[in-house]
Design a protein around this ligand. Structure first.
Ligand SMILES: *[C@@H]1O[C@H](CO)[C@@H](O)[C@H](O)[C@H]1NC(C)=O
Ligand SMILES: *[C@@H]1O[C@H](CO)[C@@H](O)[C@H](O)[C@H]1NC(C)=O
Ligand SMILES: *[C@@H]1O[C@H](CO)[C@@H](O)[C@H](O)[C@H]1NC(C)=O
Length: 497
């Protein structure tokens, strides 16, 4: 099953999790214990005004922010011009008791005081969001193991955007005693706390439209995280705090439902759904025969009933033969038009890992020594999630629930992807049960246009939009930066493509 490790991410790096937990010494950033008489206790540097005044943060030190409403939670943040150069960047940790989630936050290049806020996570499970940051939609792209270059089509062109290494155990995120979470529902609690604490301290962004976005396994994460944030708002309001203005979710090449994705593996490889069939005929015949078994087995053990052991076997059978057959073609599972070269199909991924392991970079962004050994992907987290069949869940029900509550949903899919391809996502979208299902399914699939060319196909009704991105693979913003940035801008501010 090791081949499955690459799902939504990067395979070979998986063997290196690398957690060196620092010995227990008093840390310089230990939260200030006393009270200042106002809501915030701040150490190094002391900030007297409201923390919303981010200009007060220094470029060199770590500020530790605490709030009376969250006595066991805190923020350690550093301000710099990291990566972007033209805007302020804030990097550091949201501390949720013994768990520490690392984030990068970049102000909008347009107008940080009015633009919406976008949350981004990569998938895996176990993948670091540095992939999204340094390869796809962040303010800079890594150009080698020790250098980056300005990225004009970064999503912070029109929004305040953050990237988070999650769940705990991924990337620079860590837990004091090495704890992991093993389900998306558990991880969602930390994310809801993270978001509440973030907006609480970064007062300037309160009430701003907030959008959760992600890719690949985030097709499972994002719907659940959004639901948790939505429900947690009741608690925030009850405590007299400002609720999170959760406006929409955006999922790029998401694997949300396996019942629709497994058959789609056949169609994307053995029909002209995307490009002419990539598999030899005999392989397609073999695929079809196994697919019939897979569908029956998956339905029986993972849908009709959910016996953990039988369901695991069924899921592994389905994913196993599809991915194994695909890989015999030597193609990139993230882009059927490209060969897979190198351990992870993208050489850039190795550079990102090397770049983030440089002590000077870590010092600039405030990495805790406990998490200094950076790996792009955590095998431990990956195994923990797959170990309990976290991936086998009809996560699309969360999407229905969000739509019913007025949270908009955008599914966008690079049309060349195999891993979480547009056939599967598109079918899940039309089959999604919600109040607007009939109208959505009847809506035309039309081209959306950027400049003088068609950028993909789109189907939409009310708050729900499904879109493909032409000539893009799994990491659509990597392949089509101009088009996906335009997609983001229109979705955030016009609600349609
Ligand atoms: C970092 O992680 C790698 C892979 O897990 C390991 O071989 C190496 O010893 C670790 N280095 C440190 C300093 O802990
Ligand atoms: C780093 O990249 C920038 C922008 O591409 C380039 O101007 C600079 O020469 C590079 N620096 C090194 C040390 O390679
Ligand atoms: C929430 O965000 C939306 C979108 O930016 C905005 O129109 C709305 O006014 C915000 N709501 C509140 C209560 O500020």
């Amino acid at each position: 099953m090791s081949k499955l490790s690459s799902l939504g991410l990067v395979a070979a790096a998986l063997l290196q999790t690398g957690f060196a937990f620092a010995s227990v010494e008093p840390r310089s950033w230990e939260p200030f214990a006393g009270s200042h008489g106002d809501d915030f206790g701040v150490q190094q540097p002391l900030i007297s005004g409201p923390v919303g005044d981010l200009a007060a943060l220094s470029h060199s030190g770590y500020a530790t922010l605490k709030h009376a409403a969250f006595p066991r939670y805190g923020v350690r943040v550093k301000k710099s011009k990291f990566c972007d150069g033209t805007v302020d960047a804030y990097t550091g940790y949201i501390d949720i008791e013994a768990k520490h989630l690392f984030f990068y936050f970049f102000e909008s290049r347009r107008d940080p005081d009015t633009d919406d806020v976008v949350f981004w996570t990569n998938g895996g499970p176990g993948g670091s969001s540095s992939i999204g940051l340094f390869m796809e939609l962040g303010p800079c792209r890594v150009t080698g193991p020790s250098n980056t270059t300005f990225h004009p089509e970064s999503w912070n062109a029109y929004s305040n955007v953050f990237f988070i290494d999650q769940p705990v155990g991924v990337g620079f995120s860590y837990a004091d005693h090495g704890e992991y979470v093993s389900t998306t529902e558990e991880a969602a609690k930390d994310i809801a706390a993270f978001v509440a604490i973030f907006f609480h301290h970064f007062e300037r962004f309160k009430n701003r439209g907030f959008h959760l976005s992600g890719e690949s396994y985030a097709g499972r994460y994002i719907p659940v995280y959004a639901a948790e944030i939505y429900e947690s708002n009741k608690k925030l309001v009850a405590e007299g705090l400002t609720p999170i203005n959760l406006t929409s979710v955006l999922i790029g090449n998401g694997c949300t439902d396996w019942g629709t994705m497994f058959p789609a593996y056949y169609e994307i490889s053995c029909t002209s759904a995307s490009v002419i069939p990539t598999f030899p005929i005999s392989t397609c015949v073999d695929f079809k025969r196994q697919l019939q078994r897979c569908e029956k087995w998956y339905q029986a053990e993972c849908v009709d009933r959910t016996d953990p052991i039988n369901c695991k076997a069924a899921w592994e059978y389905c994913a196993g033969f599809s991915w194994t057959l695909y890989q015999t073609t030597g193609r990139n599972v993230y882009d059927i038009t490209k060969p897979c070269i190198g351990s992870v199909c993208y050489a850039l991924a190795d550079d990102i890992q090397e770049y983030l392991n440089q002590p000077a970079v870590q010092a600039q962004i405030g990495v805790d020594p406990a998490a200094a050994n950076f790996s792009l992907s955590s095998l431990a987290v990956h195994d923990a999630f797959f170990g309990v069949n976290d991936q086998v869940f009809p996560t699309q029900y969360y999407l229905s629930a969000l739509l019913e509550r007025g949270v908009r949903v955008l599914l966008f899919v690079g049309a060349y992807d195999f891993a979480c391809n547009y056939i599967g996502v598109g079918r899940m979208a039309t089959e999604l049960e919600w109040t607007g299902q009939k109208e959505f399914a009847a809506a035309p699939l039309e081209e959306w246009v950027v400049g003088d060319h068609a950028a993909g196909l789109v189907r939409a009704h009310k708050g729900f939009t499904f879109a493909t991105v032409y000539e893009a693979g799994h990491m659509a913003p990597y392949d089509k930066p101009v088009e996906t940035l335009e997609l983001l801008k229109r979705w955030l501010y016009e609600g349609k493509l």
